[in-house]
Design a protein. Sequence first.
Length: 167
Amino acid sequence: TAIVERVAQKTVNATSAFELYVNDKTLLGEFDNGENATLNIIDDNGQLINILVSGLSTLSTINIIDGGANYNVGDSVVVTGGGATNTAEAIISEVFSGFINQINVVAGGAGFKTGSNVNLVGSTANASLVLAIDGVDVSGANSANTFVVDTTRIANYANNECGNFIC
């Protein structure tokens, strides 16, 4: 359990998502990537509203196991596997004797787990690449765990009576 201090909306793989920022001092236990959680919200009338959310993770780094061949700097590759619920995208940033030596993650995807093997398929090269996930960003500093919820907005509602005020 924890208290959510604020919520920020963002787009992950063309899907509307919300980042929930948790107060570390109120955190009891740990949240695992992909875990379901229930948010309890009390509206202005004291009614309890329960919202079910699912946690996601995004890639932050990838270790190259087999560099494949025929790639060029700037080639785009799609990252799949590793238990992902959404694919990620990477750009080749360095090649070594025609083999990939380094890549930069440009879209972290969702649902990846550290230590899982993933596969990349180049969009411009006729080759494939096998990788192991080295890190999943769960720090919250740059890309907090993301929770996709319904886009319904819960806002303050007041049945205003003007009384002595001009309406």
